[in-house]
Design a protein around this ligand. Structure first.
Ligand SMILES: [Zn+2]
Length: 355
């Protein structure tokens, strides 16, 4: 297997678009539409507030100008008629844009856009008794808060993976391993990660939208991230740990009874950490205990995946412990071999510990 490192730049999706109907058919509901738009803008963080559009007009209006200009905007757009085409054409290049259209009266050109991804993805807001889509698409009534939530598209996520690809290290702990893929909700900043892969170019990254549409993200080759520094383990702690390694339990210096390996404190004195070094390490991954030198050292490995050999990894399980997987080169998949309860011997007098 090849070890490969990547850097992925995550960019927030485009600002959503709120399309208002200022046409004649919606004149009576104009005050309601203004209130709806105002409420939606208030509910959303400034950076993701929707651009305001009007039916028949490809021009985006700056949401920060809404309060002072809304009267004029409605007046200027009153004569344009119920056409969605100009707005869709203006937004066609934005793959992930979320659009809501609020108005009343049939859109004359909607049949031209039927089946187009933009039309399929649009949130159709029912306002008056006469719908926009002639019942081609579901139209619903929304409170400002609900519509703001839908426009914010909170269900989108990022997915990284590929055939035979096993991510083993990443620097954003909000990303999780799900069915062999690295999945996260973060949509801004940079993610660095390392994978084991059967071949170059097998790894890909996508943004997956709430409606399951996908957009590929560009992956850049990144530098290998060096492993975390080892920390020294006090001798007394190692003596207890060594008992755990040898007989899966230890003789407690506090209560003088035996405790199972993995127990960090004694009920007789809960204030006293028996394994202060291990306790202080980040959880959810592993610790590599290195007893090869004259003093014992521990290396934190907070990732839930640990590379044991070029084609073997240990993966933390939600139920505790870890599963050892080996890459089956013929089948091209990772096959489970066995489970690790707490410790796994490694080369050079080292042990991996599930933490
Ligand atoms: Zn005890």
């Amino acid at each position: 297997m090849i070890e490969q490192w990547f850097s992925l730049t995550l960019e927030p999706g485009p600002r959503p678009a709120l399309v208002l109907d200022a046409s004649e058919s919606a004149q009576k509901i104009a005050p309601f539409l203004r209130g709806l738009a105002e409420g939606v803008l208030e509910e959303m963080p400034e950076s993701s507030r929707p651009r305001i559009f009007f039916l028949g007009n490809p021009q985006a209006h700056d949401p920060s100008q809404f309060p002072s200009n809304v009267e004029r905007w409605f007046k200027d757009n009153a004569g344009r008629g119920s056409f969605i085409g100009p707005v869709f054409e203006a937004l066609e290049g934005e793959a992930d844009v979320m659009i809501a259209v609020a108005g009343a009266g049939k859109l004359f050109d909607l049949p031209d856009w039927r089946g187009h991804p933009l039309a399929e993805r649009t949130i159709w807001v029912k306002v008056g008794p006469v719908g926009l889509t002639d019942e081609v698409y579901p139209e619903e009534m929304y409170a400002c808060e609900q519509l703001a939530q839908r426009l914010n598209n909170p269900l989108s996520h990022v997915e990284i993976g590929g055939p035979g690809v096993m991510p083993f290290w990443w620097d954003d702990s909000s990303f999780r391993l799900e069915d062999g893929k690295l999945v996260g909700k973060t949509t801004t900043g940079t993610l660095r990660f390392g994978v084991l892969t059967p071949e170059l170019h097998a790894t890909s990254a996508h943004v997956v939208m709430f409606n399951a549409s996908r957009r590929a993200l560009r992956l850049d080759e990144g530098e290998q991230v060096p492993p975390a520094d080892e920390v020294r383990m006090p001798h007394a702690e190692f003596m207890l740990l060594r008992q755990c390694l040898n007989k899966s339990g230890f003789h407690c210096p506090v209560c003088k009874l035996d405790h199972p390996a993995g127990q960090m404190r004694c009920a007789a004195n809960e204030q006293l950490p028996l394994f202060p070094t291990l306790e202080a390490l980040p959880k959810g991954g592993f610790a590599i205990i290195n007893a090869s030198g004259w003093e014992t050292r521990v290396r934190p490995h907070p990732s839930p995946v640990l590379v044991l050999s070029p084609d073997t990894v240990a993966v933390r399980q939600a139920t505790g412990g870890a599963k050892v997987l080996r890459f089956d080169h013929q089948a091209g998949v990772w096959q489970p071999l066995r489970t690790i309860a707490l410790f796994e011997p490694m080369e050079d007098k080292r042990h991996a510990m599930v933490l």
